[in-house]
Design a protein around this ligand. Structure first.
Ligand SMILES: O=C(O)c1ccc[n+]([C@@H]2O[C@H](COP(=O)([O-])O)[C@@H](O)[C@H]2O)c1
Ligand SMILES: Cc1cc2nc[nH]c2cc1C
Length: 347
């Protein structure tokens, strides 16, 4: 059991948020006319305990891992893709590599265990736990020791991001089969049936989704006695999902705002909030994924994502695409003239 999970999360700075709200009311625009951009700046001011929040220095971590449940034929793609994509992240050709460059964000890629392991390659951090999780439709995905190692990978990532002076932390994932794991975990955490939370992932057809739903239903029966969030994460999760959950808890404990990506990252956020409800204020939700279960998960977290672009890639790509909105919200808040400064008549 991890002692660090017992440490409370920071409480956002109410005075800084109030001061930001007061400043917003003085800027040269009808009050509220910048809508959610105003709310974003005020929220970030509270999270960063700063009068003028920033989203300049963005750290993007992508956690990659394979899934034993892939043996059940639940993905449109072969398992080898996870390891192959690690090379693509490192070589700069993956979507998130392009987005990170465009945003001048730091990109950290972590290999937590892949069947087609590329070995030591520049630009990929090795934190290998096992070649993959075990097939959770027949047993437990992870041991306790493996779960702790995966959570610790997320904690370490946040630690290095904070040391580097990050304004916003983004966690993403890559792992063939991980929508099956995320859907099963979300079902267990929400008490939901798999038909509500199971979708096409990388592109299954209707027959494929029906099979995947049956695999998840069977696994949920096998693991029906898993009662705590930690036990549900251990039995149904993936290394990358647990790493994200660990990162989100650690970020909240250390006062680092998080921009959450799509379906899998949101299920990791759900798990983090189940582990520690005081994580929730530190999470901003970037986008609504096309993956079927995402809306149900977002609703549970009372999350209103910033974007709805029909993305379903993962890799933190949706969170990266939302970064310019955060930057613009901060720039407007920090640099617009007040009515007094501009000599514009107030209402
Ligand atoms: O982020 C999302 O909303 C999302 C939705 C569907 C698929 N994915 C990505 O697709 C992979 C998992 O899909 P699958 O079909 O193999 O379970 C994994 O690498 C995810 O990053 C990601
Ligand atoms: C090519 C490919 C890239 C991905 N990135 C995240 N999930 C992915 C799944 C596939 C199949």
């Amino acid at each position: 059991m991890n002692d660090w999970l017992a440490a409370p999360c920071r409480v956002p700075d109410r005075a800084a948020a109030d001061a930001a709200a007061t400043r917003q009311a003085t800027l040269t625009k009808p009050q509220g006319s910048l809508g959610r951009l105003e709310a974003l700046a005020i929220q970030l001011a509270g999270l960063q305990a700063a009068a003028r929040p920033r989203a300049d220095r963005v750290h993007i971590a992508v956690f990659a891992a394979d899934h034993g449940v892939a043996a059940e034929g639940i993905s449109a793609f072969p398992q080898a893709v996870t390891g192959e994509m690690l090379r693509n992240f490192a070589q700069g050709g993956a979507a998130i590599a392009v987005l990170a460059r465009e945003l001048r964000a730091t990109l950290e890629v972590v290999n937590l265990g892949t069947v087609n392991d590329p070995g030591e390659i520049a630009g990929v951090r090795r934190h290998v736990i096992a070649a993959s999780t075990a097939n959770f439709s027949t047993g437990d995905a992870m041991t306790d020791i493996q779960l702790d190692a995966a959570l610790a990978a997320g904690v370490a990532s946040v630690g290095s991001a904070i040391a580097a002076g990050t304004d916003i932390y983004i966690g993403g994932e890559m792992g063939i089969g991980n929508t099956t794991s995320a859907s099963a975990l979300a079902c267990a955490l929400l008490g939901e049936t798999p038909d509500v939370l199971t979708g096409a992932g990388t592109g299954l057809d209707a027959k494929g989704v029906a099979h995947k739903t049956r695999v998840i239903a069977r696994a949920l029966q096998t693991h029906a006695d898993a009662m705590t969030p930690r036990e549900r994460l251990r039995r149904l999760g993936g290394f990358e999902i647990a790493a994200l959950a660990g990162a989100f808890v650690a970020a909240a404990q250390r006062g680092m705002p998080v921009l959450v990506d799509g379906f899998i990252a949101s299920v990791a956020a759900l798990a983090a909030v189940a582990l520690r409800p005081d994580v929730r204020p530190w999470l901003l939700f970037a986008h609504r994924s096309r993956e079927r279960g995402h809306t149900r998960v977002l609703d549970e977290l009372a999350a209103e994502p910033l974007l709805d672009l029909h993305l379903r890639l993962g890799e933190a790509s949706g969170a990266a695409v939302a970064v310019p909105l955060l930057r613009l919200a901060c720039a407007l808040h920090g640099s617009m003239a007040t009515f007094a400064e501009a000599g514009v008549s107030d209402a």
